[in-house]
Every structure is written in C-alpha cells, then in structure tokens.
Design a protein. Sequence first.
Length: 100
Amino acid sequence: MKKRFIIVIDSVDKEVEDKVTEYVSNNNFGWWHWIDSMWLVTSKDKNITSVVIRDNIGELTSNRLMVMEVKNNFNSWAGRGPNNEKKNMFTWLRSTWAND
C-alpha cells in the first residue's frame, strides 16, 4: 500500500529547495512540487515514516519543517494553477497521489 506525506518547509531558498528535491528524487518517492516550500510525496516503503523524512530533511536544512502522513483515502482536493495540455500541475495528483 502506498503511503502519502506532505512536507512543508519554512523560508526555502534555492539551495534548500534543490537539496530537498534531490532527496525525494533519489529515495524512490513519487513527488510533486508545484508550490514553493511544499512537497507531496508517496512511498511504497513500509519503513518510511514522517519521522524518517523529517530527520533526513533535517540533515539538509535547519529551517522549520513539518511532515504529515495522510493516512486516509485522499480523493478530495481543489487547486488553481496551470491545467492544460502543455503544462498541468494536476496530472500527478490525479494519477499518483489520489490513486492507490
């Protein structure tokens, strides 16, 4: 079963953003990062927890951060942003985040 996490980091500069994005990319997470300072990630690894993610990101930055696991089926959301054939910030949400 897939696990879903929301990562929010305060005052993200380009260096921190790149480090966190590299962390989620290199650790087999599915991820979405269309909004500054926020990443949505998925993992099928049963050993991944909010604490593990917090501790790993905490090694990359001293910024305040929060990691929340979304445990229930998550099919209710709304957003505003690019939503066309060339650039669509919602494709990943529909295909990966909302589906098991």
